[in-house]
Design a protein around this ligand. Sequence first.
Ligand SMILES: Nc1ncnc2c1ncn2[C@@H]1O[C@H](COP(=O)(O)OP(=O)(O)O)[C@@H](O)[C@H]1O
Ligand SMILES: [Mg+2]
Length: 590
Amino acid sequence: MQRKQRKTSSTKTSSEIGGSKSLIKIIKMAHPQWGSMIIGLFLSLIGVFANLLAPKYSGKLINLFMGKQGMDYQLISIVLALFIGGALISAVGSFLTSVAGEQLVKNLRLIVWKHLSILKVSYFDQTKSGEITSRLTNDTTQVKRLVANDLPNFVTNVLQMLGAIVLMFSTDWHLALWILLAAPVTLLLLLPVMKFSRKVGHATQDAMADFSGVAQETLAEMRLVKSSGAEDQIISTGDAAINRLFKFGRKEAIVDGIVGPMMSLVMMGLFVVILVVGALRIAGGQSTMGTLFSFLMYLFQIMPAFMVLGTFSTTYAKTQGSTQRLAEILNEDPEDFEKGKTIDVEGQTLQIKNVEFGYTSAEEILHNITIEAKPNTIVAFVGPSGGGKSTIFQLLERFYNPNSGDIQIGNQTVNNINLKNWRQQIGFVAQDSAIMAGTIRENLTYGLNEEYTDDQLWHVLQLAYADQFVKNMPNQLETQVGERGIMVSGGQRQRLAIARAFLRNPKILMLDEATASLDSESEAMVQKALEKLMQNRTTLVIAHRLATIVDADKIYFVEQGKITGSGSHNELLKNHPLYKEYVQEQLVTQ
Ligand SMILES: Nc1ncnc2c1ncn2[C@@H]1O[C@H](COP(=O)(O)OP(=O)(O)O)[C@@H](O)[C@H]1O
Ligand SMILES: [Mg+2]
């Protein structure tokens, strides 16, 4: 939590330095459809042009009516064409830029998703999944909004404003000067509000990411919440996050509350000024009713431009924050699945040599670990909980890199082996095997590219003693399990995991207390399945049952990140007092 907060605040300072760079980089990366973007913008500009001409011709029309010179149907058609045509062309233009924006956000999400899927395990240790989701949804949407809406709006509005000013000056510069005088006053009023709104916008985004992180974390562990009676606690955590959001929301409300009336005040002021000055000039014969009319129309065109100018800096800054965060994800080192050779690890000795490792640089977890597993033997790891056994397995999976030392297979370092090729040859059954939402078939073949026949699947289910309960399921292999499907018990999940391992047919098998959380009936069944699975493979097993340990060819005793003894069961009984104590406890409890 602490670490995360530090991370967020450092993000903000760096976003102010390199924000525009990452913005441009991210937009380029997402390959926007420049073609439709440019055509869309071009059409919008034509729309602006029509908008600018409309008041001019309307003014002429008014003067015509005032002079009682009868109808000029050509002029009427021009005015109508400018109004209707301008609106239509603008609509097509903004449709094109919007579609290009959707395309952009799609590409961006694909890029980020693809990168996330190959990031290292350590990234997911450090980052809340809720925060990652918020990057994928909110931050990408923010980029789209800028590129597809705010930026084109900004360009068209600025041009509209400049065009209107030029046209007003060319028609009646006296009257135009009055409008121009109002501009600096408006900006002076708006700037501090906009600055405040920018700050609030940033803070709201952070608070929102925080809240979705908290929510996601909590909702994923509702059972723990219930069984611990922690409802009150999560209510107050949620309360705090929601109230923080409210605090910023209220500030945004203040900004919104101020900006609206302030703009109408300025608008009304200008309205009155133009009417009064205009009326005086008409009375003095220096101006016409048509000019006054067109000036009022221009005024309506300029005011929204002021708003867009004011809010643009806020959205721009928000988007910079978003792209900065997206760039942070994209800058994270992915795992390299390309490099390294493919080898067959069958019949090769697996060795861990003098490995030191810590999840963070602050704390070393494993100290000088040396282990050897001869082919087709069973190597067991025992020792107190928290000693580092599972960590050793994670290093073997190459989820993390050792700080020093080496892991070798047949005398070559595993770092030179292609990562995918290496992991394909390792089977892993954990204490609580995960099940994905999907069918039994999808769960068995998860991550495998080949097609499997039903017979093959039933065969591995049978080997894992899982065929009976799958047969009893309504749609058998096609039964939906997991979230929104049939619930599967712990023992059944373990047996499905074992069936999966049979299907993968790994050369190296790692079992991390695979029966620890089962009742004795399921345990016996899972144990039988595991014994079959262990045949003809190198098996590393973190064991909590004496039977497994006694059968092992070699045992390592792991405590506090060190190997404090190794050998056969009898050797350790003789030489390792803690092992003896450990075994006696196990014997008593079993
Ligand atoms: N992902 C992780 N990030 C940081 N520390 C971890 C992580 N996983 C485990 N640890 C720490 O590493 C130590 C060893 O844990 P572990 O290997 O799971 O022990 P064992 O499997 O022997 O019970 C523990 O102190 C644990 O808190
Ligand atoms: Mg463990």
